[in-house]
Ligand binder design. Structure first.
Ligand code: AMP
Ligand code: GLY
Length: 423
């Protein structure tokens, strides 16, 4: 039996908790900081410990005798929380700080891919505005410009005209739009194709993949509007056929896990490959993340029929070969309900009244919610994820939207075309 501490507060952590609770091996679950969808009994008090401080995290975890810590978001992973907990002998689901650089630094990820011969866009990095401009003029468009460091996905401009690239470089170098991360840019070859997200869970030696998902990053229908954290997702993504998945394993995951091992830092936890798949079915890496994707997790995990407590524990302890991770039939879709204005400034404290779901296939995952005097209110831009499993994609999409049509929350919006391209 396991006492588990889950770190995080988003829709992703709500989906992880939902799956952990299904395990007969779970004796108790605590979450920090959590959100308004978690029962009071699972929520730790605000300020229970300081996530940024090694001694505070170690002391709290030791005192509470957790058997396993599960880390949702990237920041604590990049800070080294798994190393801190490994020092005190507490199994933790997630990669070390060294391995988490695969998300924390584009330069690290790119150089590792080069060494491991993993297919990705050709790139150069520059810390000089004029040299960057010369390079763009020499290479021509389309071309992709990325502010290095953690610009939260907002530092990427796909340029179809030379003038777009000139503006992007000016904003980064002269206007310092991304602050310090603007002191360096990565300029990448443009990759054409369709995007998909594939998650692999590893214990340092063995790994398995979960069904591929497709995210919808733009705010509005028809892939219009600004980039967001993700407005909805579905899985399995038909673009990732068995043949494509085999290529993803052989040309991407195998060499990545191998190079981490060779460097003396076996990768444990989840490795997220953001892929571009061209018209020939050849996958290339757009980016790696060192954690589950959000909102992809809210549609991927409901498909999993294995025991998540067992899987996370096996990953942390190097025993993945002893576990089973079967995946259910059918498909799954999640649609995000966002606050009006998101991803720019948005309404907050919207009162939420949520109708009951009338099917066990439909789950409402909370993200930016909180309880105030016993009442549920919105606190974030992405408020809820309505997730539905179905016999096929069409069925899952219609179940998710059937629930949304019963919802009557002012000052919110959601995309009406999630999974539309695959139907
Ligand atoms: P990133 O923050 O690196 O994930 O990039 C954000 C988005 O920009 C990706 O999801 C893609 O849609 C797009 N993108 C990034 N790099 C490239 C590339 N080299 N070619 C085409 N599109 C890209
Ligand atoms: N859905 C994109 C991400 O989690 O990074």
């Amino acid at each position: 039996m396991s006492r588990i501490l889950l770190i995080g507060s988003g829709g992703r952590e709500s989906a992880i908790a939902y799956k952990l609770r299904q395990s007969p091996k779970l004796s108790s679950l605590h979450v920090f900081p959590g959100n308004g969808g978690f029962p009071e009994s699972e929520l730790l008090p605000a300020g229970a410990f300081d996530l940024k401080k090694k001694s505070s995290v170690q002391e709290f975890v030791k005192r509470n005798g957790y058997d396993l810590v599960v880390v949702g978001p990237e920041d604590p992973l990049v800070d080294g929380i798994c190393d801190w907990l490994s020092e005190i002998g507490v199994p933790t689901f997630g990669p070390s700080a060294y391995c988490a650089q695969v998300e924390g630094s584009k330069e690290f990820a790119k150089s590792l891919m080069k060494q491991a011969k993993v297919p990705t866009a050709k790139y150069e990095s520059f810390s000089d505005h004029t040299k960057a401009l010369d390079y763009v003029r020499k290479e021509g468009v389309p071309i992709v410009i990325k502010a290095d460091g953690l610009a939260a996905g907002k530092g990427v401009t796909v340029c179809f005209h030379l003038s777009d690239a000139e503006v992007a470089l000016k904003e980064i170098f002269l206007d310092k739009k991304f602050g310090e991360s603007g002191s360096k840019v990565v300029i990448e070859e443009f990759m054409a194709g369709q995007e998909a997200s594939v998650f692999a869970i590893s214990d340092g030696t063995d790994y398995f993949t979960l069904p591929a998902a497709q995210d919808h990053k733009r705010a509005f229908d028809g892939d219009l509007g600004p980039n967001t954290g993700g407005m909805g997702a579905y899985c399995p993504a038909p673009i990732v056929t068995e043949k494509v998945l085999e290529k993803v394993k052989r040309s991407i995951f195998d060499p990545m896990f191998e190079i981490f091992r060779r460097q003396g830092h076996p990768y444990k936890g989840l490795l997220y490959a953001g892929l571009m798949i061209d018209s020939q079915g050849e996958p290339k890496v757009v980016e790696f993340n060192c954690r589950f994707g959000d909102p992809e997790t809210q549609c991927v995990l409901p498909m999993l029929e294995g025991d998540l407590v067992e899987i996370f524990t096996a990953s942390a302890k190097g025993r993945l070969s002893e576990t089973q991770a079967s995946v259910g039939k059918g498909a799954s879709t999640v649609v995000v309900l966002a606050a009006k204005g998101y991803p720019e400034s948005y309404a907050k404290n919207i009162p939420l009244e949520l109708p009951q779901t009338d099917s066990k296939d439909v789950v409402v995952f909370h993200a930016g919610t909180s309880k105030k005097d016993g009442n549920l209110i919105s606190t974030g831009g992405r408020i809820l994820g309505i997730s539905a499993r179905g016999s096929d994609l069409k069925d899952s999409v219609s179940k998710a939207y059937a629930y949304l049509s019963k919802l009557n929350v002012p000052d919110t919006f959601y995309r009406k075309d999630i999974a539309g391209k695959a139907l």
